[in-house]
Design a protein around this ligand. Structure first.
Ligand code: DNO
Length: 391
């Protein structure tokens, strides 16, 4: 009996990434996850720019396995302004990507901010650095720095109180660090300022959960048939963290949300990026069961672990040691892989800054050695599962 393994990939931010393609080869990855980060959100990825990236990857001995992300313009998320024009541009980019090798295109539908953390230098017990999300720090940013209207109403009284005390004790430097962390975004892409963020948030003031889901449904009904036609599998990334933040509705957080999204269109391209770190931050999400339930709709996986506390704060733990049962997750994903003919790629998502990387400038979450450890552990675990099945 032949057991098909998952495709082992690695995220590369392009030629400016301090981690080179050769480093990635040595880490043992088989394919690359990348995007044209230099093209402004919403604009068409031209065949020339796509070809350039393919050539760069080829020179390093790689194929473009997954596009992450083909970002959805804010006008589309709000269904306002030139959203129709941006949807047409999205379709054009999909068309241009069709021959590119990468058959998976990842995107997210998080309004205003992509993934959000409050500390990117959280020291864990072994001295390595991890990414951390803390509600009181989030409230400091939201209530005291951003000064969003009625922000305090969105937090429990205990958090509001903690935030007040923390803010009072903060230096200007501490405040700036928190701002830089919250608005960090994606390496190589445009950074927001608190002012810019405030303005963007206001534009969402009358878009509630229902409206945002309708906008996602509309987008998917437009683009998923086109992606299907070009043999592309779309993969929506869950909201990270999987909770409402900054007064925004978050609609890709749990099993019900994922089921809704799958119901929006039958087009085969309509699928998921199963991020165990994002979904794992919510204790209600039973990850292996969800993988089994969504099965063939899982087009890509981010494998990462978290350790949560009672208040809902969490830090990113080592890949095998946290609240996510990675063994069961990989088993469930391998089961799905046996049911489909295409590859299901995964990447070791994030990693601690550790060893020599502690003295280097690295992209938060994306230093080499922490991810190398993650990939090595996951590969070993996967191989162990596969071998035990063969017996
Ligand atoms: C963070 C990433 C996300 C992800 C996008 C997908 O490290 O997992 O930024 O790439 O949300 O669109």
């Amino acid at each position: 009996m032949h057991i098909k393994q998952l495709q082992q990939t690695w995220r590369w931010f392009g030629p400016g990434d301090p981690v080179s393609l050769q480093d990635i080869k040595q880490a043992g990855a088989q394919g690359i996850v990348t995007a044209l980060h230099h093209i402004p959100h919403g604009e068409v990825w031209s065949p020339e720019e796509i070809q350039k990236r393919i050539d760069e990857l080829k020179a390093g001995g790689f194929e473009w396995s997954v596009v992450e992300s083909l970002t959805v313009h804010e006008d589309i998320k709000r269904r306002s302004g030139d959203y129709k024009g941006y949807i047409e541009k999205y379709k054009q980019s999909l068309k241009n990507l069709a021959g590119a090798g990468g058959r998976v295109v990842t995107y997210n539908f998080m309004p205003v901010n992509d993934w959000t953390r409050t500390d990117i230098n959280y020291t864990v017990s072994d001295g390595s650095k991890a990414l951390y999300f803390n509600w009181a720090d989030m409230a400091v940013f939201d209530i005291h720095i951003l000064q969003r209207k009625n922000a305090a109403d969105d937090y429990p009284a205990t958090i509001v109180e903690k935030a007040e005390k923390k803010f009072a004790a903060m230096s200007e430097n501490d405040k700036q660090l928190l701002i830089d962390t919250v608005v960090f975004g994606i390496p190589g892409e445009e950074k927001r300022t608190p002012d810019g963020m405030r303005k963007e948030l206001e534009k969402y003031s009358d878009i509630d959960r229902k409206a945002l889901k309708e906008n996602l449904a509309y987008f998917l009904q437009e683009v998923a048939p086109v992606a299907s036609e070009y043999g592309i599998r779309l993969a929506i990334h869950p909201d990270d963290p999987p909770f409402d933040i900054l007064g925004l509705s978050r609609i890709v957080c749990n099993r019900e949300d994922l089921a809704d999204i799958i119901s929006f269109t039958d087009a085969p391209a309509n699928g998921l990026c199963f991020c165990t770190g994002s979904l794992g931050a919510n204790p209600a999400n039973e990850l292996p069961e969800m993988i089994a339930a969504f099965n063939k709709r899982i087009h890509f996986a981010h494998l990462r672990n978290v350790i949560r506390d009672k208040e809902g704060n969490f830090f990113e733990a080592d890949h095998l040691d946290g609240d996510v049962d990675m063994y069961s997750v990989i088993k469930a994903l391998l089961n799905v892989q046996q049911d489909v003919t295409h590859d299901i790629p995964f990447r070791p998502d994030h990693g601690h800054q550790m060893l020599d990387d502690l003295n280097k400038v690295t992209n938060p979450g994306y230093s080499a050695i922490g991810r190398l450890r993650g990939l090595a552990e996951i590969r070993g675990l996967e191989l162990g599962i596969v071998r035990s099945w063969k017996k």
